[in-house]
Design a protein around this ligand. Structure first.
Ligand code: SF4
Ligand code: SF4
Length: 334
């Protein structure tokens, strides 16, 4: 059995997550977009170009991920990809799979490092109640077309109690679709899923024992097929050092209203570290997420403790049973 390795935060590596718009044609049950905090605007072509250049540091390894909402709803996404490539970024587009504006026909496969599709089930019975009627069929058909065009594809699966059983059945589908990378994500209690979690009869988040029993086993099975698997660490092992990406890495989560966060867990709150004003990056004063990053607590990630306290269990002496890692810390197989 191959052992997953933890992908530490690389000094100097920059990850830019650029939300081009917040609109989307779907309405997934766990959508993390929060129009109250992230606005409902769309970057203009000119803004998109300027903001891509604003975060460009050609001397360091830089990755840019175009997101939304649904990024292919932006009519100038292909132009954005060309600009990003010319700046030296590794480019990924995270799509819900609908691929608007003839995306596959217009994009140059050589300029797109990965096209990511989201599916939350191995079949329509599991996926469609979460992501919408008919979505499974559209996404798998478009993924096949992307592979035919020579594009590297990834698939993102967001795990909750609604679909963890389906995760076990993903390996044959991934192989059939010729997916190169499989991302397993933990459902975040943000945006719509934060509200859904409050009203749900049963918790949406998978408990630690079930997560640890299922996810590494599925990851191993998928990686045996030659597919790279990346999944969040979530629980630190005894003796593992806790690190907050906000203090040791460079991650920027940028929204079309100009807010720039370093931590995705903070995105439901106006505590962003930076703002883009007149196409310039400005540090925000006052109570921002950075104040939380340095806090050292037994539970590990301080934002998880503040925002999702129900995810932490304690022993009789009050010691947390697990320390929660930074949500940006990943395990990788292959
Ligand atoms: S999760 Fe993504 S695809 Fe689903 S509604 Fe939200 S933005 Fe759209
Ligand atoms: S998820 Fe937690 S550990 Fe990671 S950047 Fe946010 S506050 Fe820091």
């Amino acid at each position: 059995m191959s052992k997953p390795h933890t992908v530490g935060f690389k000094t100097g590596e920059r990850n830019i997550f650029l939300h081009l718009l917040t609109a989307c044609n779907l309405s997934c049950a766990h959508c993390y977009i929060n129009p109250k905090e992230h606005g409902s605007s769309m970057l203009s072509r000119d803004q998109m170009e300027k903001w891509i250049r604003l975060f460009s540091h050609p001397a360091t390894q830089s990755n840019i991920v175009f997101l939304g909402g649904e990024p292919t709803m932006h009519p100038d996404l292909v132009h954005g990809i060309e600009v990003a490539k010319s700046c030296g970024y590794a480019v990924t587009v995270d799509s819900n799979g609908y691929l608007f504006h003839d995306f596959l026909e217009r994009v140059n496969p050589a300029h797109l490092d990965y096209l990511s599709f989201s599916l939350d089930g191995p079949d329509a019975q599991i996926n469609d109640p979460i992501r919408g009627d008919g979505v499974f069929e559209v996404v798998t058909a478009n993924l096949r077309k992307a592979v035919e065009r020579g594009i590297n594809t990834s698939l993102i699966y967001t795990v909750s109690n609604r679909n963890i059983d389906g995760l076990e059945k993903m390996a044959p589908l991934l192989e059939k679709l010729q997916v190169k990378r499989f991302f397993i994500q933990v459902i975040g209690l943000r945006g719509k899923s934060a509200a859904a979690a409050k009203n749900a009869q049963a918790p949406l988040q998978v408990d630690p024992d079930r997560w640890l029993e299922v996810v590494p086993r599925v990851a191993e099975a998928v990686s045996r097929l030659g597919i790279t698997v990346i999944y969040p660490k979530v629980f630190l092992e005894e003796g593992e050092v806790f690190e907050c990406a906000g203090t040791v890495a460079e991650n920027f989560f940028i929204f079309p209203n100009g807010r720039v966060y370093q931590c995705p867990l903070c995105e439901d709150h106006p505590i962003h570290s930076y703002e883009i004003r007149d196409d310039t990056l400005v540090k925000v004063d006052g109570l921002t997420e950075e104040r939380f990053f340095a806090l050292d607590i037994a539970e590990g990630c301080v934002m998880n403790k503040l925002l999702q306290p129900d995810t932490i269990a304690y022993d009789d002496s009050g010691k947390p049973l697990h320390r929660v890692s930074c949500c940006l810390l990943k395990q990788r197989l292959g």
